[in-house]
Design a binder for this molecule. Sequence first.
Ligand code: CP
Length: 290
Amino acid sequence: MNILKLDDLTVEEINEILDSATDFKKGSKKVNYNGEKIIANLFFEPSTRTHYSFEVAELKLGCKTIDFTTETSSMKKGESLYDTVKTFESIGVNAVVIRHQQDAYYKELQNINIPIINGGDGKQDHPTQTLLDLMTIREEYGKFEGLKVLIVGDIKHSRVAHSNIRTMKRLGMEVYTAGPEEFRDEDLEFVNFEKMIPEVDVVMLLRIQRERLEEEMKISIEEYNKNYGLTIDKVNKMKQNAIIMHPAPFNRNIEISDDVVECSKSRIFPQMTNGVFVRMAIINKVLENR
Ligand code: CP
């Protein structure tokens, strides 16, 4: 079984993964592979949270881990992604986690016979980020149906936004988007950020994905911060029990003010904590289905 995008899972399966992650977090579910399973983490793009929370999750499950770097691999000699992953399969690795800059890189990997877990592909999907976001929201509200989420910033280049919008709508959430013209997706209606703030249960901020910009930004950083940055003044206009989320890494004082990062409404670091348990649930799911 692969976990490539959440569109491949039913709502029931998504909720089962969240239940499993919650049980791992509470300690009511314990699994130990006693070093008998080996997971290779293949990150072709920089990552801190996804890479190392996968590694922590693998270690907590008693798996052995292999870290891969392009620089010291035979990819430097021209080996393809397929041949690299096929090599890990051939030498006895039980599953791979892959982050890659190419949209749907996994289409090249259809003849791989070990589970592939997508740690983020191009601008398209980040399934484990969406799951940890959902876990954080469910912990807060105990439900998804009817909740209003406002996603703000560089929607166009964000795999987190694309993955979240599709899945959250399937779960019955109302998803709104806001941001500068140049970061909009044509098929999404954008709302006025400030006007929408008092209406929503979750304000989710995004980083400007500089590494994926095709050309220079039209809006200046100062204008961006003024119009789309979440400042404490704007936080004070949020509903009393509304929360702030961000997949991170975040740019302090650009999309989020320094004093908002760890304010009482912020769930940014709890999101990271939940990432470990969601990834334990995913690894366990793919290994137990072997
Ligand atoms: N949220 C997220 O994917 O962070 P990293 O790029 O550090 O993994």
